[in-house]
Design a protein around this ligand. Structure first.
Ligand code: SAM
Length: 285
């Protein structure tokens, strides 16, 4: 059972944790909200949760209160470490904190899972590196990945791009990559006023669970290339936007059964995956 901890406003005052823009710091101080986000992550009782950027520890407390077996956190701002040490003590050492940059971490080694433990990621990500981290986790060569789920806060506009369906303005590279790798939804909408200090825009929490590969033969680099070319000129027809590929674009589209006149935003994830497979076949013949 957790020993009582002071309210987060007091923690921020006591340890002088004034938010710094350079660290992308917008803190969540409402512990009901952080528990709600922690519940989105699923049953945590058998899970080691990786948290990027715990800051003063609001979401961290939520995860621990919702029963996470362990939380392993990486925080860049050393000012937060004494506050997080207090959280660790209150929760009987179930929290371990490393100081560093999450972009450099080799997560499985850091989390050191024991037999039967699931690994999950749950974070209120710093805006300046959030998309980079998501791409890092979605572009692992080995799929299925080391994590069972991602529960991540993004700016709402980015969250909408991640879950966007074809035929919408928000549909793009991030949508194809995320939906190729798994099932994703927006789980909680969070207004700007929920943060201290409030950012300029609203946020949303997405929940992602990896799925089996759609097509084992498709290579990540091929999918990334065709998607990058297609959306690089999203207003153009695919027969024009794919022209820069080193294969005949018309033949590629015909073989993939995709109309030459379609635009990138009309092409489904499944169609992009087929396009990437046929692109590789054409390159190899
Ligand atoms: N989790 C806290 C909350 O919900 O109140 C803080 C979230 S704040 C949006 C982002 C946190 O990530 C900050 O504490 C910041 O210092 C930390 N951070 C920023 N860049 C980081 C990086 N590259 N690696 C690890 N932590 C980082």
């Amino acid at each position: 059972m957790a020993a009582p901890l002071p309210p987060l406003r007091e923690v921020i005052r006591e340890f002088d944790l004034r938010a710094k823009k350079s660290f992308g710091q917008n803190f969540l101080l409402d512990l009901n909200l952080t528990r709600k986000i922690a519940r989105v992550a699923g049953d945590l009782s058998d899970s080691v949760v990786y948290e990027v950027g715990p800051g003063p520890g609001g979401l961290t407390r939520g995860l621990l209160e919702e029963g996470a077996k362990r939380v392993v956190a990486v925080e860049m701002d050393s000012r937060c470490l004494p506050a997080l040490e207090q959280v660790s003590q209150a929760f009987d050492g179930r929290l371990t904190v490393h100081q560093g940059d999450a972009l450099d971490m080799e997560e499985p080694a850091l989390l050191d899972p024991q037999p039967g433990e699931k690994l999950r990621i749950a974070s209120n990500l710093p805006y300046n590196v959030g998309t980079m981290l998501l791409i890092k986790w979605l572009t692992l060569e080995d799929w299925k990945p080391w994590f069972a789920s991602l529960t991540l806060m993004f700016q709402r506009e980015v969250a909408e791009r991640i879950v966007a369906k074809p035929g919408t303005k928000a549909y793009g590279r991030l949508s194809v990559l995320a939906q190729w790798r798994g099932n994703v939804r927006i789980a909680v909408n969070v207004p700007a006023a929920a943060f201290t200090p409030p950012p300029k825009v609203a946020s949303a929490v997405i929940h992602f669970e990896p799925s089996e590969p759609m097509d084992e033969t498709v290579q990540l680099k091929d999918l990334e290339l065709v998607v990058e070319r297609a959306f690089g000129q999203r207003r153009k027809m695919m027969r024009a936007s794919l022209k820069s590929l080193p294969v005949n674009a018309l033949e590629l589209l015909n073989r993939a059964d995709i109309p030459e006149t379609s635009r990138a935003e009309d092409v489904s994830v499944e169609d992009f995956v087929r396009l990437a497979r046929i692109y590789r076949e054409m390159l190899n013949t």
